[in-house]
Design a protein. Structure first.
Length: 151
């Protein structure tokens, strides 16, 4: 049986949700979807299995997806655990990708706005699809981004 489903959002846990949301708004043109969230109480404790939990944050509409498209949900938890070292080859969710007009220009903007490099910008042929220029970087909190442009 196949479940009828629609992709809704991806959640990103931030040390500082306001700063990280600002990065995605400035660099990629993501748009806030009000209201800001402040989630707490017995239901959140039961759903997360975290006593006395509070989540704060916002949803950002992803660029190019229209007014009903999926969002990037950025939350900060209290209490908060320490981060694991992120790596492009760690099992689990690895990165969020954005198609851009010019990878080099977007790369420089990410770096200028607090991001950090991971790998080099490369161009490769993908059989049956064309040529893709892409790279991995990290946002200001170390979450991995992919920038790509197809020709």
């Amino acid at each position: 049986m196949t479940i009828k489903a629609k992709y809704v959002h991806t959640n990103l846990i931030a040390k500082d949700w306001r700063a990280l949301a600002g990065f995605y708004e400035k660099v990629f043109g993501c748009k806030p979807v009000p209201p800001e969230r402040r989630l707490t109480g017995k239901g959140m404790e039961a759903g997360t299995s975290i006593p006395e939990v509070t989540l704060r944050g916002i949803h950002l509409r992803l660029p190019g997806c229209g007014p009903e498209g999926p969002t990037l949900e950025i939350f900060t938890y209290a209490p908060q655990l320490d981060s694991l070292q992120r790596a492009v080859n760690r099992p689990g969710f690895a990165h969020i990708a954005f198609r851009v007009d010019d990878v080099r220009t977007a790369y420089e903007e990410v770096l200028a706005t607090g991001g950090s490099p991971i790998g080099e910008i490369v161009t490769v042929e993908v059989k049956g699809r064309g040529t893709v220029t892409w790279c991995y970087l990290a946002d200001p909190e170390g979450n991995i981004l992919e920038l790509q442009s197809w020709a």
